[in-house]
Design a protein around this ligand. Structure first.
Ligand SMILES: [Zn+2]
Length: 322
C-alpha cells in the first residue's frame, strides 16, 4: 500500500464542469480555477426507455445551466458514461444497464453546451485521476480495477491510456469457471458473475438463511462463520485472483490499483487477494496490489482532468489507439 495521501488540487487552470454518470447516480462538480473540485452534487441517474442517451444529455445541460447561473466561468465540459465507450468518437457504444447504443454523447454535448466537451468511460476516468492524483501516481504500467456492481479495468501502458477503441479492460468478463453462474453478458462463470459486489449478494441470497442488502452484509455474515457467506466470499476471492492473474500474465503491470465499492472492505479484501495473486503468479511477474485513493470522487476528478486537457494545446499523454 502507498503511504502518501492523494493530492487535492490539479493546480491553476481553466474552470471546467465534471459530470460522472453512474448506473444509479450522477455526480457533478466544478473544478475551479485553482484546480480544486467544488460542491460535488449527487442526483439520480435519469432513465428513459425511449431516449436513454438524450435523458442523460438533458440532465448534463441542466447541471451546466445551474453552474452558469451560479456564476461559474466554465470553459469546458467532461462527462463519464458507463458501458462500452469509444472516446475518440465521443460515442457511447453500448450500455446494457442504461440502454443506449451508438449514442453520440460528445457531439451532442458540444452542440448543446457550446463548449469543448469530452466523453470518457467511467473506469478510465477514475484511472486518469488515480494516475494524476492518487495511488497510480508515477507508475507507468498500471491497471486500475473497479469492483462494484460490475468489474472493469482501465489500462495505462507507458504512462498512456490504452483503450482498445473502447473494448480493452473487460476484466469482468474473463471466464474463470466454465461451470459457474450465468453472467449478464450471456456467458457463464465470468469474474463479474462470481467476484463482484452484486454477485456476492446474489449468490448469498440463493443459498443463505439471512437477509442481506449489500456486500458488506455478506462480509458480516462471513465474520460470523456463516458457511454460505464463507463459501461465497472464498469463491469471489478465487475468481478475482484468477482474473487479475490473467491480466498480469498478459500486461505485467507494475501495480494493480483496486477501487470501487468492494475495495471499502480494506484488508479483508486486499490481504487474501494479494495472497491469491502471489500464488497464481508464482514464478512470473507479481504486481503490487494497491488500494485506490480517490474513493467515490475518482470518476469526477477524471472527467475534470480530461475536460481541462481539451483546452491544453500541449500534447497530452493519452493514447487514442489510432
Ligand atoms: Zn460476463
Amino acid at each position: 500500500m502507498t503511504a502518501h495521501a492523494p493530492a487535492t488540487t490539479l493546480g491553476p487552470g481553466p474552470a471546467v464542469l465534471a459530470i460522472d454518470v453512474g448506473g444509479t447516480q450522477v455526480k457533478a462538480a466544478l473544478l475551479d480555477e485553482d484546480g480544486r473540485l467544488q460542491g460535488v452534487t449527487r442526483h439520480s441517474t435519469p432513465r428513459s426507455g425511449v431516449d436513454p442517451g438524450g435523458a442523460v444529455i438533458d440532465a448534463a445541460v441542466e447541471l451546466l445551466d445551474a453552474a452558469r447561473r451560479a456564476g461559474a466561468p466554465i470553459a469546458a465540459l467532461g462527462m463519464t458514461v458507463p458501458g462500452i465507450v469509444d472516446e475518440t468518437r465521443g460515442v457511447g457504444v453500448r450500455s446494457t444497464n442504461l440502454g443506449w447504443q451508438e449514442y453520440p454523447f460528445g457531439e451532442l454535448l458540444a452542440e448543446r453546451s457550446g463548449l469543448p466537451s469530452v466523453v470518457v468511460h467511467d473506469v478510465r476516468a477514475a484511472a486518469e485521476a488515480e494516475a494524476r492524483l492518487g495511488a497510480a501516481r508515477g507508475i507507468d504500467d498500471v491497471a486500475v480495477v473497479t469492483i462494484g456492481t460490475g468489474i472493469a479495468a482501465a489500462l495505462r501502458i507507458g504512462g498512456r491510456a490504452y483503450t482498445g477503441r473502447g473494448y480493452a479492460g473487460e476484466l469482468g468478463h474473463i471466464v474463470v469457471d466454465p461451470s459457474g453462474p450465468p453472467c449478464a453478458c450471456g456467458r457463464v462463470g465470468c469474474v463479474e458473475a462470481i467476484g463482484s459486489a452484486a454477485a456476492l449478494v446474489r449468490r448469498y441470497r440463493e443459498r443463505g438463511d439471512h437477509p442481506v442488502n449489500d456486500a458488506a452484509d455478506v462480509l458480516r455474515r462471513r465474520q460470523l462463520h456463516d458457511p454460505v457467506a464463507v463459501a461465497v466470499w472464498d469463491s469471489a476471492l478465487a475468481a478475482l485472483g484468477a482474473g487479475l492473474a490473467v491480466l498480469t500474465s498478459i500486461m505485467a503491470p507494475q501495480a494493480i490499483v483496486v477501487g470501487g465499492g468492494l475495495s471499502e472492505a480494506g484488508a479483508v479484501l486486499f490481504d487474501p487477494l494479494r495472497a491469491e495473486l502471489d500464488a497464481r503468479c508464482a514464478g512470473l511477474w507479481v504486481p503490487r496490489l494497491l488500494r485506490a485513493e480517490l474513493g467515490q470522487d475518482a470518476g469526477t476528478w477524471g472527467a475534470a482532468i480530461l475536460a481541462r486537457a481539451t483546452l491544453t494545446p500541449a500534447p497530452t499523454k493519452r493514447n487514442t489507439d489510432a
